[in-house]
Each structure stands twice: as C-alpha cells, then as structure tokens.
Ligand binder design. Structure first.
Ligand code: ZN
Length: 757
C-alpha cells in the first residue's frame, strides 16, 4: 500500500497526463469512467488528508472563490497588439510591408511564419518553477485583470510543466469552440435569455465571470503562440518556439507555414483561408511573424506595434446558399419585414438560416425569388443580408415575388389587411391589438439599453402575449411570481414551464427598472422616431415624463421648423412666387420678414436654453441654430404624449408609482464632455452599453454614424466602414485602452450579460 502522499502525487501526474491527451492532443487513452475513478480516488484521499491539498491539484481547478472584482497584474513584458494588413490590399500590400522590413535588416535572408489568428480573448499565463501561478487578460497591454482562478478551470492549461525555465510567460487566446457556443446559445434561448452574439463574446463573457465555478461550466479552450518573460534563452525561431511549447504540453496552432518570400506568405494565407472553417473555432485572419527571433528587436517597433509582425484580415465573408421560403415578420410598430429562410450555411462562426430582405422594394430591386441561389454576407455587427442572386442558377419556373399576394393581403399575425407606407416602401399592420406588435413592444421594453430586464427574451414575451398575461409592457409591474413561474413556454400538448427561479429574475429586473433614469424609460416606451440617442438627449434636458410631454423646448423646435419652411415659401424671390403680382409680392415680403423674425426669436431662445447650438455658417443667424433633437422627433414625442396611448401610459405609470427622473448631468471636465463619440467594432474590456453610459455620464453624446461632427471614434477589433469614415473625416480614432485612459478610471466589473456586446 503506497503512502497517501505518494499515491496523491502519482494520481495527480496521471490525471494531468490524461487531461493533456484529452484536451490538448484530442487523443484520450482512457474512457470517462476510468478517468472519473482516478479523479474520485484523488478527491477522497485529499479529503482524508487536507494538509496535502495544493492549489495546483487537478481537483482544485474549480477551487477559486468568487470575487467582487479582479486585481490588476502588470505584464512583465507588455502584450502588444498587431497592426493590420487587409485582404483588399492583396499581395502588393503584403510585399510593401515585407520590403520595408527587409530594408531594416539588410543582407539577412528573412523567414516568415504564418499561423491562424484565433478570434478569442488574449491572455498571458505565468509559470514559476514549472507551476502555473498567474493568468491575466491583456487589458491595456501593460496591465490586465488577474483571472488566474478562472483560467485554472480551463483543462487544456497545464498546471505543471516539466523541464521548464524558472520563469516562463506564454501568451495566447482563450476561445469557445463553435459546437460549445451553439449549445450554450440553445440553452440560453430555452431559458428565455438573449443568446451570445458570437463565440468571441461568449468566451469574453465567460472569462470575466467573477465566480470560477460558473466559468468551469463553459468548455473554454486555449491556443498559445507567443512568449512573454522567460528566464532562459528562447528558441531561435517562432517555429522552434511553438514546437517547444507543444513539447511542454501547451496547445499550439496546428497550421504553421514557414515562408521565404511575400509570394510564399500570400500562398500560405490563401491555404489557411481554405481550411480554417474546419478548425472548430473562429479565426478572423492570419498572423505573419518574422520567424527569426534574434532579428525582431533589430526590426523594432512603431509607437504601438511591432514592425516584424502583422495580422492579415480576411475579407468580410460571403457564402452561397438557397432561399427556401420567404416569411414575413411583424415588427414593434407593425412593419411587415420579409425574411429569407435559407438552407443553413456556416459563416463566420455561426450557422445562418435567415437573412433580412428589408422591404418589398429591396426584393424587387434585387429581383429575389423563392428558390433562388443567393450570396449572403455577414460583416461585423450587421445581421446577415442577401447581397445578390446567382442568376445562372435560377430555376426557369421561379416566379417574381409579389409581396401582397404572398401574404394574401393579411398581416401574418392577426389577419388584418396591411396598408402600404409610401415613405418607407413598407407594408404596415395598423391593428393596435395585433399580438405580434405587442410581443415586439414587450421585447423592446425589456431589452438592453432600454429597461434591461434580464430573462425576458422573445420566447417569454411570445408566451406572455399569446396567453393573454401581458397586453401592455406596463402589465409586467403587476405580475405575480406564481403566475410568471407557471408560464407555459411550450405548447398545450408539450408544456414547458418557465419556473419560479427564472420568474424571480424577471421580477427583480422589473424592480430595478422602476428606478431607471428618464432616458431609459423614454427609450423603452418605443415612441415612433425617438430612438436611443434622442431618448438620451430628451432625458438630459427634462426632469420628468410630464416635462417632456409639455416641453416648451420641443414646441420651440417644431415651431422653428415651421418658421424655416415659411421663410422658404414666402420669399418673394422664391421660384414658386415668381408669377405673383407686385401687390402680392409686397404682402409676401411682410410675411416673409415676420417668419424670419419668428425663426430668429425661436432659435435664440433654444440656444439660450442649451437645446440648440449657434450655426457655424459664416452668415448664420439664430434662425439657423442647430437643434439637439430634430423637428420630426420633437413633433413625434409631443404627439405620442398627447395621444390616447401616451395619456393611458402616463396615468398607468402614476398608478404604479413609477416616476423616472432625468436632468442635466453635472458639468464635467472630462475630455468627452459635450463631445460626440462613435463606438465601433468589439469592445473587449466593457460592454457597448456600459461604454455608452460612461460617455453620457460625463456629458458626452453617443452617435451611431461618423460625420464631420464626430469628435472621437473608439474602435475595437472588427471595426469596419466607420473606421474608414473616421479617416475620411479626419476624426481621431481611439483604442479601447486609450478611451478608458481618457475617461480616467478603470471599467467597473461587469456582470456577465453586461459583457454581451
Ligand atoms: Zn397584425
């Protein structure tokens, strides 16, 4: 009988070896039952001899305690990000860069290593005397979050290294395999939650969980590819480094190509593009590094990037598939939106089976027909869309698509005859009792950015409306736990109850919603023409809902718009007035002067109240003031509050004791105060919502598109056309780290769904 101490050591070695074979090499040599038996034996021995438990035992992977936030770790060697090369720049762009490095290293025959760029979350692992001691996020490259306990739950990360230097830091990317991502999203949908947008967000959201036990439930994986601090000499090349990493038991990229010219690099990039869909994880490009480590420092660094490595970004991705059917969705305002039901196709890490067709005119313009082979595209945050029809593959019998005939002149949700809105080329169901509209309004009310009621996704909203429990979103505030808990999300034949635990989460969300600021409520009420930005502007300049309902500012904006229209039509010099008599022209001139005076008075009043800015035009007057909220939104807001629905809503809120407060945020010396900021790409350190709130909290505005009026663009990975727009307009572009530094404080720890971007 071996001593407990020896047996424990032996079991640990064996289990680690099996973990490596399973998680790193994907070649297990024992079955699950055998593994479980070894694990159980170790756990029982440790329970009997608690003094022998060490944090690096396989039983302790989930041993860390939940925390309130993460400590900060300084990286011994900064974690750099790479500058990009874009597929559209082609071989020429690649050649130009390689020649520039060759000039820095004259006479050296250069080698390049091409490996996949994993679309995950960058981390650094630190081993001291062969033991995993610290794991951290990239953070701003200098400092990151200490997520050691969370990383320890990743079974592919060895807890011990044999024959390792005294200090070894390795960097890599944590990711969620696509299959696991799909399963998690299915589970979230079933629980009525909004699923993660993509595997990358799922991995980031998981790693920043404050409780390692939750992280352990997510089957995260990792690939290591670069060194940090190392107390011994590094191998001479990137290829040798990766081989050494693999020998130490780390997962490394399987695709590696050593190249000796731009042409070879280009070929390797194309080869990688052809096989990367089979990896089981998402990649968003290729990484090209100077293979010879000793030459890297001689090539040097720019202010932000190494000169000796680049990330190659593949084109935004397209795939060909077929339209099986066209269905019609009913939106929150009754808009009928055609949706292509596709033969499922895999694109950018997810299976696409639907794509929006926007509206009738769009279908006509692209001549899309049921049964057509089509090219679909998914780029960044955008929902998949049909780019074009592959006409060569069209069935000779395919008939042109007739929208109204297709829906038999009926709203697919309620059967009412729709009306065409000529302005937006859309068909609209105007039945106020249409169940689909009620559902969409309810979802909208609860979504992130509105009242953020967790657990109230589309499945739950559907069931609540369908079963007659919720008619108006405000009905949520009188829901009982038992009623909501017993809600049947399935069918009458196959019931599936929502459950009290989930119900309690929704009711807690409702409780929090009661005290949400005015801006969030204005957003949630889904007033036509009042989007998120307008809601925030209204919330900034008004204290209460009543104040918005009777706002003199909004009335002035509407009146100013009317006066400006009058100025244009009353001008005696206007084309429409050219045939008027001299007498009529004199009358016009008087009324024209009155309109100008009225517009100047209104403009001056709006400027004085801060609800408009003076015109920047050289000959601009107060009449040309630039208003904070435009006339159509102002008119729509006033009309909504005056409408029976608005009146009913106000009365109901008063009854429920809900009185959201707004008001101007305190003047701030933040660099973002009074500035307009556009966020694009994926933020890694905080959610988009959190970033927006932070900007608004210091008195800044968040806009959705880049123009001359934009002051800053904050760009994360995956930033697309907005980044180009910023360059075009000369708008300064900030990285997320720079943005945070300018905000002047680190991001607050987020709850998990705060990280959904
Ligand atoms: Zn309808």
């Amino acid at each position: 009988m071996p001593l407990p101490h020896d047996r424990i050591a032996q079991l640990r070695l064996e289990l680690e070896e099996h973990d490596r074979r399973y998680y790193v090499e994907a070649r297990p040599t024992i079955g699950d039952a055998e593994y479980d038996a070894l694990f159980r034996e170790l756990r029982e021995l440790e329970a009997a001899h608690p003094a022998l438990i060490t944090p690096d035992s396989p039983t302790q992977r989930v041993g860390g305690k939940a925390t309130d936030g993460f400590a900060q770790v300084r990286h011994a060697v900064p974690m750099l990000s790479l500058d990009n090369l874009f597929a559209k720049d082609g071989l020429d762009g690649l050649r130009k860069w390689i020649i520039s490095v060759e000039k820095l290293l004259p006479g050296e025959p250069l080698e390049w290593l091409v490996e996949p760029k994993v679309d995950g979350l960058a981390v650094s692992l630190r081993y001291e005397d062969g033991r995993f001691v610290t794991g951290a996020t990239r953070g701003d490259g200098e400092m990151g979050d200490d997520i050691t306990d969370n990383l320890r739950t990743i079974r592919a990360i060895p807890l011990h290294l044999k024959d390792a230097p005294a200090v070894l830091e390795v960097r890599g990317e944590v990711y969620l395999p696509i299959a696991a991502f799909r399963k998690i999203c299915d589970d979230m949908r079933a629980a009525g939650d909004e699923p993660f947008a993509n595997p990358r967000n799922a991995a980031a959201g998981s790693l920043k969980q404050l409780d390692p036990a939750t992280v352990a439930k997510r089957p995260l994986a990792i690939i290591l590819y670069s060194p940090g601090e190392c107390s011994s000499d590094l191998p001479p090349t990137q290829a040798a480094f990766l081989a050494w990493m693999a020998a130490l038991g780390f997962p490394v990229p399987r695709f590696q190509r050593v190249c000796r010219s731009a042409e070879e690099v280009f070929a390797a990039i194309q080869e990688l593009d052809g096989v990367r869909d089979s990896f089981g994880f998402e990649t968003d490009g290729a990484v090209i590094k100077l293979n010879q480590v000793a030459l890297r420092d001689r090539a040097g660094y720019t202010a932000r990037f190494p000169r000796w490595a680049k990330a190659w970004k593949y084109l935004s991705e397209q795939a060909e598939t077929r339209i099986r059917a066209i269905t019609v969705q009913v939106g929150r305002t009754g808009n009928l939106t055609p949706v292509a039901e596709l033969e499922p196709v895999f694109l950018r890490g997810s299976t696409i089976s639907r794509a929006t067709l926007h509206n009738e005119d769009e279908i006509r313009r692209k001549d899309i027909r049921i049964g057509d082979a089509v090219i679909i595209e998914k780029a960044g945050e955008v929902i998949p869309a049909v780019v074009r029809v592959v006409l060569e593959k069209r069935d000779a019998l395919a008939a042109p698509f007739d929208f109204l005939q297709h829906i038999e002149n009926k709203c697919p949700a309620c059967g009412h005859a729709p009306r065409r809105d000529p302005e937006f080329a859309a068909w609209v169901c105007e039945n106020p009792a249409c169940p689909a509209q009620k559902t969409r309004r309810l979802e909208y009310f609860a979504k992130r950015g509105a009242l953020d009621i967790e657990g109230l996704g589309s499945t739950v909203a559907d069931a609540l409306v369908e079963r007659g429990i919720v008619d108006d979103p405000l009905d949520l505030f009188t829901l009982r736990l038992t009623t909501l808990g017993a809600l049947n999300l399935g069918t009458d034949e196959e019931p599936r109850t929502f459950g009290e635990k989930n119900a309690a989460k929704v009711l807690e969300g409702c409780q929090r919603a009661r005290t949400m600021p005015l801006a969030r409520w204005l957003h949630a009420l889904a007033i036509t023409d009042v989007g998120e930005e307008t809601a925030h502007d209204l919330g900034k300049y008004h204290d209460t809902l009543e104040a918005v309902a009777t706002s003199p500012l909004l009335r002035d904006v509407v009146a100013l718009d009317k006066a400006r229209a009058d100025i244009a039509t009353l001008s005696p010099r206007a084309q429409i007035n050219k045939d008027k008599t001299a007498m009529e022209k004199t009358q016009l001139a008087t009324r024209h002067a009155e309109a100008i005076a009225r517009a100047e008075e209104l403009g001056a009043r709006l400027i004085a109240s801060g609800f408009a800015a003076p015109s920047k035009k050289a000959d601009g007057t107060a009449a040309d003031a630039v208003v904070v909220v435009g006339p159509s939104a102002a008119a729509a807001a006033l009309a909504w509050f005056a409408s029976p629905l608005g009146q009913r809503t106000m009365a109901r809120l008063a009854e429920l004791g809900i009185a959201p407060r707004g008001g101007t945020p305190a003047a701030s010396d933040s660099p973002f105060s009074g500035k307009t900021v556009v966020l694009t790409g994926t933020l890694e350190l905080m959610s988009r919502n959190a970033a927006q709130e932070r900007i608004r909290a210091v008195g800044g505005n968040v806009a959705s598109s880049v123009s001359k009026k934009t002051h800053y663009v904050v760009a994360g990975p995956g930033a697309g056309s907005k980044l180009e727009d910023a360059q075009k307009h000369g708008v300064p572009v900030l990285t997320e780290a720079e943005f945070l530094a300018m905000l002047g404080s680190p991001p607050l720890p987020q709850k998990e769904d705060g990280l959904l971007l």
